[in-house]
Design a binder for this molecule. Structure first.
Ligand code: ZN
Length: 297
């Protein structure tokens, strides 16, 4: 672990077991003053902020042999460096949204608190954003362990997107890069981001232009044949569950919770066609708390 980021640690306040927001530092982690639930750091320095019982239940499909085959295919692609991030041309397209977030962050201005990257994976975005106070949140502990090499300054937290260890209204800036399209519980996830953001905070997110011709063609010509040949997987079946939300659905739902400022396509921002771009990046400002969705809580 690098030097302890006190500003980042100070944001860990909410118990993911009982929802109490007065979590306090304790020996080797944090302890809930209300129910006694503890968070501990694992051997890799990852803070485990999971509740003691699992949360929302995913469909059985995510435990099927079909889905296991896809996860194996993905692991193999990562191991062979075949994944889109590892080839210069593909990387130019696939990281276009990450770069837009960096630009949007500069436009938003210096943030008062740490950046919280939700679904940070192995730190692709945080590494790109440069050294600054940051928290990387992901459900996958193996990814978080690898983040230590890309962005060793970041506090790494294992938590569920729908059940974050941050107090209500306590964050100034959340980010997420190519995550929302995967969330089976998308509305719940957006409500959680809305909850943790301060009224003047911002949620900067990028999603693939899923539903456009560009991704469809790429899958027909590159990914599809490979998955069929090597893994007997139909890429359309895989994407139906892996990218459960297309861009239209993500933006529609996001508008219920946020005012979407400066939507920008990439890598061709001046050609506003999702079919010719690979990502769309948005700066989202939370709608007022008296918004009826919030008031119903
Ligand atoms: Zn508690």
């Amino acid at each position: 672990m690098g030097a302890i980021d006190e500003a980042a640690l100070a944001l860990i306040r909410r118990c993911t077991d009982c929802g109490d927001e007065t979590m306090a530092p304790a020996a080797e982690g944090f302890r809930c003053r209300n129910c006694g639930h503890r968070y501990r750091f694992d051997a890799n320095g990852v803070l485990i902020a999971l509740p003691s019982a699992p949360g929302l239940r995913l469909p059985n499909f995510y435990r099927s042999r079909f889905y296991a085959r896809w996860l194996q295919a993905w692991d193999d692609m990562v191991a062979r460096g075949w994944v889109i991030y590892e080839r210069p041309l593909y990387r130019f397209f696939s990281l276009s949204g990450h770069r837009r977030i960096r630009t949007a962050l500069d436009a938003f201005g210096p943030t008062a608190g740490p950046i919280v990257d939700l679904g940070c994976g192995d730190g692709r975005l945080l590494g790109l954003l440069g050294r600054r106070s940051a928290i990387g949140v992901d459900l996958n502990a193996a990814f978080l362990a690898r983040l230590k090499t890309r962005a060793p300054w970041a506090l790494t937290v294992q938590a569920d997107f729908n059940n974050l260890p941050f107090a209500t209204g306590s964050l100034t800036c959340c980010t997420s890069a190519h995550v929302l399209e995967h969330l089976y519980f998308l509305a719940e996830g957006l409500e959680e981001v809305h909850r943790v953001l301060a009224a003047d905070g911002r949620f900067l997110f990028t999603i693939p232009t899923e539903g456009g011709l560009g991704w469809d063609l790429g899958r027909r010509l590159v990914t599809g044949p490979r998955l069929r040949r090597d893994y007997r997987l139909d890429v359309q079946d895989v994407m139906a569950i892996e990218h459960i939300n297309d861009a239209r659905r993500v933006l529609r739902l996001a508008r219920l919770y946020f005012r979407l400022e400066r939507p920008a396509y990439a890598p061709l921002p001046f050609v506003p066609l999702k079919s010719l771009n690979s990502s769309i990046t948005v700066t989202a400002a939370p709608l007022p708390t008296e918004h009826e969705l919030r008031a119903a809580a």
